[in-house]
Design a protein around this ligand. Structure first.
Ligand code: MG
Length: 390
């Protein structure tokens, strides 16, 4: 039996992971659940899964949660980053599903690796901000970091039974998001509601906006670089609107190995938990005859400037990807609040990157320092955009 802690249990990946775990019966056991602010849903999950411990971000919320739980419920409630770290390092935990969005999941994930826990990683920022530190620690602990992202799961699957030195390139597929067909002029007028309407995937708000700007694909390229020890030049991106081919690996002899499946996160979650096995799934089967056509095109880097910026940040390396990620989080938040335009997201990220002098990241503190520098700088620079808008 695999004993699991989930960071971000009330988010879209967390909820899906709980479904996969439940369907897995005796194979899995939930021992800890951590969430940001969703007290109601976490209380429900505790009732159902009876974990040893649970945590929320704020102390007040943790108190409210404890009062709400049944007196006989033995789940201990913690709060804050410290609470998250405590839960993921419990001796009863074998695997940590890291699915808290944004930078919040970084420190607990790092602590879990240091404690020798296997990681099923859905949080992109962990590797984008601190890839060098995280991978060095995972190597030291001889730990697997198993991706919960359809693309990286596809790459991992396409690498099985092959030789790493035979890889020519990795091809990441992207649906193209809701603005795939929009013109540059239309992009300026995009509202948060329009950008949140993703055609194929049901996800949290931050990642859905990142999918509309294609920043998500850029972050995934950086993530793939770390996970599979690739050069950023070995990663190429194709727009594939059907979201059936989740990514591919091209070998030196010209063979391309791909993984196909219906677009549902249950597959990468299940594979990460049962790796290297492919176990029975609750999903309907993929009927290729119903899909009919699979198409691929190159992304327009001018229109999707965020993707271009992310690849540039990866080329520069050191602290630049952390700065890209921090500035992007700020920009997405400002866009969702109606403070900047959709096209300003890339502008703000670019300005923040221009203002940054990159340095190597050797510790988790340095990585977090780059992230917070970037947030402060981006907020400062955002002033110009807000003025221009009003
Ligand atoms: Mg993905």
């Amino acid at each position: 039996m695999k004993r699991i802690a989930i960071l971000g249990s009330t988010g879209s990946i967390g909820c899906k992971a709980l479904q996969v775990i439940e369907a897995g019966g005796e194979r899995y056991k939930v021992v800890a659940l951590a969430a940001g602010r969703n007290i109601d849903l976490l209380a429900k999950q505790i009732d159902e899964f009876r974990p040893l411990g649970a945590a929320l971000l704020e102390q007040e919320d943790a108190k409210t949660l404890r009062n709400r739980l049944n007196e006989r419920c033995e789940t201990q409630v913690f709060y804050g980053t410290e609470g998250f770290c405590h839960l993921v390092t419990l001796p009863e935990v074998d695997t940590v599903i890291s699915a808290m969005s944004g930078a919040a999941g970084l420190v607990p994930t790092y602590q879990a690796i240091k404690a020798g826990k296997e990681i099923a990683l859905a949080n992109k920022e962990t590797l984008v901000i601190a890839g060098s530190v995280i991978m060095a620690e995972a190597k030291k602990q001889e730990l697997a970091i198993l991706p919960i992202d359809s693309e990286h799961s596809a790459i991992l699957q396409s690498l099985q039974g092959h030789h790493k030195e035979d890889v020519r390139q990795v091809i990441l597929t992207a649906s193209g998001g809701p603005l795939r067909e929009s013109s540059q002029g239309e992009m300026e007028k995009v509202t948060p509601e329009q950008a949140l309407r993703h055609p194929n995937w049901n996800m949290g708000t931050k990642i859905t906006i990142d999918s509309a700007t294609l920043m998500n694909k850029g972050l995934e390229a950086i993530e793939a670089k770390w996970l599979f020890d690739l050069n950023i030049d070995q990663i190429s991106i194709l727009i594939h609107p059907q979201s059936i081919v989740h990514s591919m690996v091209e070998y030196k002899d010209g063979s391309i190995i791909a993984q196909l499946g219906i677009p549902d996160m249950a597959t990468p979650i299940s594979y990460a938990l049962s790796y290297p096995r492919h176990l029975e799934s609750m999903l309907p089967r993929l009927r290729l005859e119903e899909i009919g056509t699979l198409s691929f095109t190159r992304p327009d880097m001018k229109k999707f400037k965020c993707l271009d910026l992310a690849l540039k940040a990866a080329q520069i390396g050191e602290s630049m990807p952390a700065v890209l990620s921090g500035a992007n989080e700020v920009a997405v938040e400002l866009f969702l609040k109606g403070k900047i335009l959709f096209t300003d997201i890339a502008e703000l990220v670019e300005k923040t990157m221009d203002a940054h002098r990159p340095y190597p990241l050797n510790t988790i503190e340095e990585a977090m320092g780059a992230d917070s520098w970037s947030r402060i700088k981006a907020r400062e620079l955002a002033g110009e955009f807000t003025v221009r808008r009003s």
